[in-house]
Write a protein that binds this ligand. Structure first.
Ligand code: 5GP
Length: 205
């Protein structure tokens, strides 16, 4: 148990800055990001296998049928899902794997892995969220409107998460997450095996 990495689920409204926090976190090599599959079109600068595995709807449905996804959801008219095998591999190798996913997917992960850490990222205000969505210039006005409506629906669900991070400063937000992960790793429940080994120690005396 002690050697296993943690599964960290990061949710929060589109534009809350989860992606930028993840970029900051993975500078530390114990963290890895789970790369999702999506039917959304790539944005400028997004690369296959780095930001997403870009799929057609048919390909995505095949992944669902083949039980290749840990969870999946429809978000603003597109499918998004987490490939299963990568998560298991990372955790077994002691890596802390970050799933940057929306709320429906997070609920599915909670049902399968209740021991995962659930962190909800929020913007300082909805006005700020709107500014960020408009400022990043990656979506049309219609999509921004949808994402803002969806943001309110997601905010209702904050209590489903173990922690809430207000993202008013990327470095601080990432630092808080590192501290949360550190505290989680020191939980007594993770020491069962190590303590048992000590208790079984006979020694030479
Ligand atoms: P975007 O289109 O902005 O990249 O992502 C839209 C939303 O989908 C974000 O809230 C993002 O966290 C979420 N998302 C990305 N990958 C996954 C996934 O594998 N599963 C689920 N359920 N949501 C995802």
């Amino acid at each position: 148990m002690l050697k296993e990495g943690l599964k960290i689920v990061l949710s929060g409204p589109s534009g809350s800055g989860k992606g930028t926090i993840v970029k900051e976190l993975i500078k530390n090599e114990t963290f890895v990001l789970s790369v999702s599959a999506t039917t959304r079109m790539p944005r400028q600068g997004e690369e296959e296998g780095i930001h997403y595995f870009f799929k057609t709807k048919d390909e995505f449905c095949e992944m669902i049928k083949g039980e290749q996804l840990l969870e999946y959801a429809v978000f603003c008219d597109n499918y998004y899902g987490t490939p299963k095998s990568f998560i298991d591999e990372c955790v077994e190798n002691g890596k802390d794997v970050i799933l940057e996913i929306e709320v429906q997917g997070a609920a599915q992960v909670k049902a399968i892995y209740p021991e995962a850490i659930f962190i909800f990222v929020i913007p300082p205000s909805l006005a700020e969220l709107q500014n960020r969505l408009v400022g990043r210039n990656t979506e049309t006005g219609d999509v921004i409107k949808k994402r803002l409506e969806r943001a309110k629906e997601e905010l209702y669900l904050y209590k489903e998460y173990d922690y809430v991070i207000i993202n008013d400063n990327i470095v601080r937000a990432a630092d808080y997450i590192e501290k949360i992960v550190c505290a989680e790793k020191l939980k007594s429940s993770r020491f069962e095996q190590a303590i048992e080994t000590m208790l079984n120690y006979q020694g030479g005396y």
